[in-house]
Design a protein around this ligand. Structure first.
Ligand code: GLN
Length: 425
């Protein structure tokens, strides 16, 4: 099948078990999730020929449930980006408007679902990478509570922030996939018992009568007018269906993007040290001593955004600067967590636009890293607090571009956000 949007890095056909809840279904898997015998590139030249010797837990759960894996999807290199333009395998186009980005970093996964090339997809979300492309491509994406889904076999970008999550055309579909992948795993000590006997798909009823929805004003004010118009329309739909909508304040989110990027880059600088051309990754067979060879291998096979983050992360962790950057970021993280906890004492869920902007045109934002980081303002606080969130299509802009609504729940509150999101999709 032609890959009109460059959604896939590698096409495969891995047949699942003959019978199971997903038999007959096709799933596309982000290319940072390990597949035994099938290269797993992370969108990087460094890992262009890396073939994992084992399946990620989520992959074996999918095939055990009868799903057929149809490909490994394109992504920002190592998950670092918001547009899928930092991939070494070229940009992915948004199937809704091919001149625009699909969002990132799981852009190939969202594009594959939006274009009907897979029934479902898996992405990973460190700071919004499932929810952003879901919003930009007009599909549903879930970032589970930290620990609900095993990360065994996920190539780490920033371990303390990330989760694997499902993408699907509908809330119920995404919930079905979550049912299959959620639950404890002996290979990942951070996994939790919640989800062991879940039935998230059954929770997707759309019954919001009596539900209290908090709207954090700080995460709405900065959004584009068109995004706000669609968002307000979705809130009206919730009011009409019997929900109570009230403003709340999360003052700490002002520091969300800054804290997230310091923590994510610091963890990345440490995680990516293993890609040295010896333990993992391409080796150019360079001459010279180990330091020279290490530096040359990385200089030649890592992209600019990845290098920028390794440099900044190493700097933030270095002696003399650690307290100034990393420690402060951890303090801001604790404050964000506390703000959410306080909010959930009064409301059942929080609602924001998933992305403050409409999908940019290809090439428009990739050369302006700060602008790109600011697009993550509404998604990163959720990862800092390790909470569950869903992005569901809320409507379209004047030009027909999709706008996503994000619903955030308390820890392990997946049922509540899935139920509420089902009103819209
Ligand atoms: N855009 C964010 C970043 O670049 C989030 C990426 C992600 O969730 N993997 O870090």
């Amino acid at each position: 099948m032609a890959d009109a949007h460059n959604a896939f890095v590698t096409r495969v056909k891995i047949e699942g078990a003959a019978e199971g809840p997903l038999s007959g279904a096709t799933v596309a898997v982000k290319d940072n999730i390990s597949t035994e015998g099938v290269r797993t590139t992370c969108g990087s030249e460094m890992l262009a020929d890396y073939v994992p010797p084992y399946d990620a837990t989520v992959v074996s759960r999918l095939t055990d449930a009868g799903a057929t894996i149809v490909g490994k999807t394109n992504m920002d290199e190592f998950g670092m980006g918001t547009t899928t333009e930092t991939s070494a395998f070229g940009a992915t186009a948004n199937p809704v408007d091919e001149e625009r980005v699909p969002g990132g970093s799981s852009g190939g996964s969202a594009a594959a679902v939006a274009a009907g090339e897979a029934d479902y997809a898996l992405g990973s979300d460190t700071g919004g990478s499932v929810r952003c492309p879901a919003a930009f491509c007009g599909v549903v994406g879930i970032k589970p509570t930290y620990g609900l889904v095993s990360r065994y076999g996920l190539v780490a970008y920033a371990n303390s922030l990330e989760q694997i999550g499902p993408l699907a055309p509908t809330v119920e579909g995404a919930a079905e996939l979550l049912d299959v992948i959620a639950g404890p795993d002996e290979h990942d000590a951070t996994t939790h018992n919640a989800g062991a006997s879940s039935d998230y798909a059954a929770a997707a009823t759309g019954d919001v009568d009596g539900l209290t929805i908090g709207v954090p004003t700080e995460l709405v004010e900065g959004a584009d007018d068109e995004v706000r118009r669609v968002f307000e329309g979705a809130l009206d739909a919730y009011r009409d269906a019997g929900a109570e909508v009230e403003d709340v304040s999360l003052p700490s989110v002002e520091y969300g993007v800054a804290a997230y990027y310091v923590i994510a880059m610091s963890e990345a600088s440490s995680n990516l040290a293993r890609f040295d051309g010896v333990r993992y990754g391409e080796s150019g067979g360079f001459e010279g001593n180990w330091n020279e060879s290490f530096a040359e291998t990385r200089a030649e096979t890592l992209g600019d955004e990845v290098k920028r983050r390794i440099l900044l992360g190493t700097y933030a962790l270095s002696a003399g600067y650690h307290n100034k950057y990393y420690k402060q970021a951890q303090e801001a993280r604790a404050w964000v967590r506390q703000d959410f906890e306080e909010a959930f004492a009064d409301v059942d869920v929080l609602a924001t636009p998933t992305m403050p902007v409409l999908p940019p045109k290809l090439g428009e934002s990739v050369d302006d890293p700060l602008q790109m980081y600011l697009m993550d303002a509404n998604t990163v606080p959720v990862n800092l607090a390790n909470l569950p969130a869903i992005s569901v299509p809320a409507g379209e802009s004047d030009e027909g571009l999709p706008v996503g609504l994000q619903l955030v729940g308390p820890k392990f509150g997946e049922e509540t956000i899935i139920d509420a999101a089902a009103l819209l999709g």
